[in-house]
Design a protein around this ligand. Structure first.
Ligand SMILES: Cc1cc2nc3c(=O)[nH]c(=O)nc-3n(C[C@H](O)[C@H](O)[C@H](O)COP(=O)(O)OP(=O)(O)OC[C@H]3O[C@@H](n4cnc5c(N)ncnc54)[C@H](O)[C@@H]3O)c2cc1C
Length: 559
């Protein structure tokens, strides 16, 4: 360790023996079969900050310091002793690391290349559990300590800041924030990087690159989210969309040996990722947040070797030749023998003239902790009578002063699960307003007032309410398919037995067999989850369809 290192390691919320477990002699021997012994000198750097496709080390003699550079000094994160090992979630994703590993004294390590670590976690159940738990807990600790390679400078009242926070959080990427409204010393920092007020939110990426109000794609590029992924090779399967349906298909296909690539416009988790608590998904009796479920599924898919391209959209399916190809952001085309479309659906937007002005600054399409923090102690409106509206209302009622549920119809019975209706009835802070629609939004930089009309009485009222959660049904993400597959009248994809002989004839279905269950009018192209016509819009059905489609992908690949 250098003299400049602060000698006190961090404290951790999780048990230290789980964050930094010590392997037994037998376990070390099993790791050693995948790597090689390396002697290290005092002060030798084994991994540098920002290094990609990292290697994995188990200490067998001496010690390794995990440090975080801070200006000219280093902060000590932890010291690894014999039996302990390096690595965190980037080991699975192949992204850049956040820390420096330095040998503290002459010693010995077992060094394992990343692809051998991936093989190890797929084949050795005991080591897989120890390693994955440690990797995930280490990432959780990094997020909790706010350290990583990103600083977000913005205002909690700005839609752009909220978007970037959601993007980084849902990608499990650690970052720290500087809130312009609260942090007086921030001007110095802005001056140092020549940033004007108009440029915010600003992302300082890896301490070097300054991005002014960047898109999610620019952030992903700067952080190297997709650097380790080859776009050119022909994949067995390309999955478009990483919501529950796409992630499920990724887990099943990768675990069954297929070479799979997933494309995701935004962050893993899809709509479910924006749900504050999913209470009806099997196996989670006390509920699980969509973010947690998505993070677990994302790690699981990567553990089995699936690759995910983040913050890039499929913009075209090239369907007139085989292998098919999928254009990414109108640029490179990824060839694929089979395709699973899992692009889900988007919430309907309220038809109000100045809606766009308030999206993200008063009008939201998801109710997570991020939004709940913004409207604590205030009145809020939830628009919609479905289950997601009900969940949002119950969740927001914990922190908001009052929650108004606005529905066009006369009641919730036809559209919402009974358990949620009961919760709403039992929650004193929730007011149900049937036959009511929003007619106007008012405000400046932020929504300030909402006008609504009771369609039965015809009376209109204006209320000083600053937050609306729009939960009013969905529009399928199928525009990019441009006629490659048959759609129903609402634009959802038709599959299997729902395709009529006429539709198959019109699509020039070329095979003697009928389309498989979940197969579209294009052989080898499947549709699963919310994007599929007739799908039950639930996490469980999305996950189930993802797994079923993979069984048929195997059959198609052998045709
Ligand atoms: C707030 C909320 C709460 C909910 N609560 C529950 C619940 O408690 N229980 C339950 O069972 N269900 C719940 N649902 C419904 C459930 O989330 C959906 O049914 C489920 O997410 C559908 O999964 P999916 O993978 O089919 O689609 P989605 O979750 O919509 O995922 C589709 C993904 O595809 C991506 N995508 C779209 N177009 C492209 C493109 N061109 N290129 C690349 N990627 C693309 C999107 O960014 C998205 O990540 C809730 C929904 C919401 C919004």
């Amino acid at each position: 360790m250098t003299d400049t290192t602060t000698p006190v390691p961090l404290t951790f919320a999780s048990p230290v023996d789980q964050v930094f477990p010590t392997l037994t002699t037998e376990q070390i021997a099993r790791v050693a079969m995948h790597g090689q012994v390396r002697h290290v000198q005092r002060g030798e750097v084994l991994i540098e900050v920002g290094e990609q496709t990292p290697r994995f080390f188990v200490v067998t003699a001496g010690h390794i310091a995990i440090v975080r550079p801070s200006g000219v000094t280093e902060d000590l994160v932890a010291v690894l002793r014999p039996g302990q090992f390096t690595g965190e979630v980037t080991m699975l994703s192949g992204r850049r690391g956040f820390v420096r590993l330095r040998a503290g004294e002459p010693g010995e390590v077992i060094e394992v290349e990343r692809e051998h670590v991936l093989a190890l976690v797929q084949t050795d159940g005991e080591l897989s559990e120890i390693l994955l738990r440690a990797f995930i807990l280490r990432r959780v600790e990094m997020i909790a300590h706010g350290f990583g390679d990103v600083v977000l400078v913005g205002s909690s009242h700005s839609a752009g800041t909220l978007r970037i926070q959601a993007f980084l959080t849902r990608n499990g990427h650690p970052y720290s924030t500087i809130d312009l409204d609260r942090d007086a010393g921030v001007q110095d920092l802005l001056d140092r990087f020549q940033v004007t007020v108009d440029d915010v939110p600003v992302v300082i990426c890896r301490g070097e690159v300054v991005l002014r109000n960047p898109t999610n794609g620019q952030i992903a590029d700067c952080l190297g989210f997709n650097e380790a992924i080859d776009h050119t090779q022909v994949r067995d399967l390309v999955i478009v969309g990483a919501g529950p349906a796409g992630l499920s298909a990724a887990v099943y296909s990768a675990s069954e040996g297929l070479d799979v690539l997933v494309l995701e416009t935004n962050s893993p988790g899809g709509q479910a990722g924006s749900s504050s608590k999913i209470e009806n998904y099997l196996g989670f009796p006390t509920g699980i947040s969509g973010q947690d479920l998505a993070a677990r599924a994302y790690t699981q898919a990567q553990k089995f070797g699936a690759q995910l391209i983040i913050a890039k959209s499929a913009t075209q399916l090239v369907c007139d030749r085989k292998p098919y190809a999928i254009a990414i952001d109108n640029g490179p085309r990824v060839p694929a023998r089979a395709v699973i479309i899992a692009t889900g659906a988007e919430y309907r937007r309220l038809s109000l003239e100045n809606l766009a002005q308030f999206e993200g600054v008063g009008v939201y399409y998801g109710a997570t902790f991020v939004e709940a923090q913004l409207c604590g102690g205030e009145e809020v409106i939830v628009v919609g009578g479905g289950n997601s509206a009900g969940q949002a209302a119950v969740f927001l009622a914990r922190t908001a002063r009052r929650v108004h549920i606005l529905i066009r119809s006369g009641g919730l019975a036809a559209s919402m699960s009974r358990y949620l209706i009961q919760r709403i009835e039992e929650t004193p802070g929730i007011v149900l307003r049937p036959h009511t629609i929003i007619t106007a939004l008012e405000g400046g930089d932020h929504l300030e007032r909402v006008r609504w009309r009771d369609n039965q009485t015809g009376t209109s009222e204006t209320h000083a309410i600053r937050h609306i959660f729009a939960m009013t049904g969905a529009v399928p993400n199928t525009r990019w398919l441009e006629g490659c597959v048959a759609l129903d009248a609402q634009g959802f994809i038709k599959t299997g037995p729902d395709l009529s002989p006429e539709e198959l004839a019109a699509a020039r279905w070329p095979l003697a067999r009928a389309p498989h269950l979940l197969e579209t009018s294009l052989p080898g192209v499947f549709a699963v989850g919310d994007v599929r016509g007739g799908n039950i819009k639930r996490v469980a059905s999305a996950v189930g369809e993802g797994s079923i489609a993979v069984a048929f992908v195997h059959q198609v690949l052998h045709e």
